[in-house]
Ligand binder design. Structure first.
Ligand code: 13P
Length: 337
């Protein structure tokens, strides 16, 4: 009976039709306070709660954002935060037709015994935190861990990343949140696209192995992979067609069609590159909804345009909507630059 109840709880909250819906993707706006501080510093603003609130109010209240964005990932502070006019941010999202999600990992720390690699914390107390997040309106969760190619990756680092993601995914489903599974393979390095492909195959094989061991229901998860590209410092650049070819080959080899949505991260690609690569992947039908869950590739120009000045608010929202619409078209394979 317990299994049936838990199953129903997850089924009810799948939200997959909403989050993985045609022409829409996810706005990742879940920068931790430290990362948000770096973004604010880049436009000369102090990392205060008021500045974070002003910026996030700007993002969620962009008119018509829900036409292109199906879900927004929030940092804990924002889940409980109000806009500058005193409305709950979660309520604004729901009014826009956007499902609120929550970053639940507690960030990276050094992985002892590895090659200067890291592992991701946050499993202790996760079930009770997630129950509270659900009460506050979250319907999906995100856990980001990383794998570094120049530092290995070591067997240990890959295993730890995969196991952590699997435990998190099982706990999230048990608490009614759809888990976004994100083993980010960092762009850093001089390696070519073949090497990224090899590492990505290994990482996804282990992640699905441990998810199966933990009885994770594959039809109730979303993935957030890195695209398969050459390292950022590689001499050979790849065209969108090459990125699409390698990335789709990886997905076909490793990802069961039961998984409803693949929501890529942008990982330091330029705004236009991230859109072109996504568009190239949607030139023919895929078994999954292939879409975006970008932070920087949606926000960079928006943030710069705003610059912390109230008079730039509309222009900044327009910049966000421009990227959101471009990626919406790319999800449909209809983007032209
Ligand atoms: P980027 O799109 O900036 O890589 O961020 C996505 C994200 O949420 C990483 O966890």
């Amino acid at each position: 009976l317990l299994i049936i109840i838990n199953y129903c709880k997850v089924e009810d909250s799948l939200e997959k039709k909403t989050v993985a819906s045609p022409g829409r993707g996810i706005l990742a706006m879940d920068e931790s306070n430290a990362t948000c501080g770096k973004r604010l510093a880049s436009i000369g603003l102090e990392n205060t709660e008021a500045n974070r609130q002003a910026y996030r109010t700007l993002l969620v209240s962009a008119p018509g954002l829900g036409n292109y964005i199906s879900g927004a990932i929030l940092f804990e502070e924002t889940l409980y935060q109000s806009t500058v006019d005193g409305k709950k941010i979660v309520d604004i999202l729901v009014e826009q037709g956007i499902v609120p999600g929550i970053k639940v990992d507690k960030g990276l720390v050094p992985l002892t015994g590895s090659n200067n690699e890291s592992w991701c914390q946050g499993l202790d107390g996760l079930a009770s935190r997630e129950a509270a997040y659900y009460q506050a309106g979250a319907r999906f969760a995100k856990w980001r861990t990383v794998v570094s190619i120049p530092n290995g990756p070591s067997e240990l680092a890959v295993k730890e990343a995969a196991w952590g993601l699997a435990r998190y995914a099982a706990i999230s489903q048990d608490n009614g949140l759809v888990p976004i599974v994100e083993p980010e393979i960092l762009l850093d390095g001089e390696h070519g696209i073949e090497r990224t492909f090899e590492v990505a195959q290994k990482v996804w094989a282990e992640t699905f192995y441990y998810m199966a061991e933990n009885n994770v229901m594959f039809e109730g998860i979303l993935l957030k992979p890195s695209m398969v590209t050459p390292g950022a410092e590689c001499k050979d650049k790849a065209t969108p067609e090459q990125v699409a070819e390698y990335t789709l080959k990886l997905l076909h080899r490793r990802i069961p069609p039961a998984v409803p949505g693949i929501m890529f991260l942008s990982g330091g690609q330029s705004e236009v590159e991230a859109t072109q690569n996504l568009n190239a992947m949607n030139q023919s039908p895929n078994p999954w909804h292939v879409s975006f869950s970008y932070a920087r590739a949606l926000q960079n120009t928006c943030l710069k345009t705003w610059g912390g000045r109230p008079e730039n608010l509309k222009a900044a929202q327009d910049a966000l909507l421009l990227r959101a619409k471009a990626n919406s078209l790319a999800q449909l394979g209809k983007y032209t630059s």
